[in-house]
Design a protein. Structure first.
Length: 140
């Protein structure tokens, strides 16, 4: 059920973003670009779920792909306390690299959107419109 809902949400965001990017108003195009970038980020994060039998974090020596399947264990001397989860509980782990990449993409998208909005504001101040067809007519 969750994968179906996530797929529908991503599809709707892609559709809404594409629809808005095909509009005549520059502001709607910018909003569509932002929605489309959020859909891509959601798609990338949704692929980062780990369904295997071993967790993606290596706790062994790291040689030859050795992984113990344990994120960390209790070590009170070092101040490490493992979460209390029964052994029979199934937990989906998420790859932290994907989250770091998407966080970077969100920051870059925010900066790009702010820059494009400033350009759109300057175009509106200069020409008095944000309609793309009207701007093409004014530019000749």
């Amino acid at each position: 059920m969750n994968n179906t809902l996530l797929t529908i949400t991503i599809s709707l965001l892609f559709g809404i973003g594409t629809f808005l990017m095909l509009r005549r108003d520059i502001i709607k195009v910018i909003i569509g670009l932002s929605v489309l970038s959020h859909a891509v980020n959601l798609l990338i994060v949704s692929t980062g779920i780990f369904d295997g039998t071993k967790v993606p974090i290596i706790t062994g020596s790291g040689h030859e792909g050795e992984a113990s399947g344990i994120i960390f264990t209790d070590n009170l001397a070092d101040g490490v306390l493992a979460p209390v989860i029964s052994a029979s509980t199934h937990v989906d782990f998420v790859d932290p690299l994907v989250q770091a990449l998407v966080l970077t993409a969100i920051v870059i998208s925010l900066a790009t959107t702010a820059f494009i909005l400033i350009l759109a504001y300057r175009i509106y101040e200069e020409y008095g419109t944000t309609d793309i067809r009207e701007l093409r007519r004014l530019w000749g």
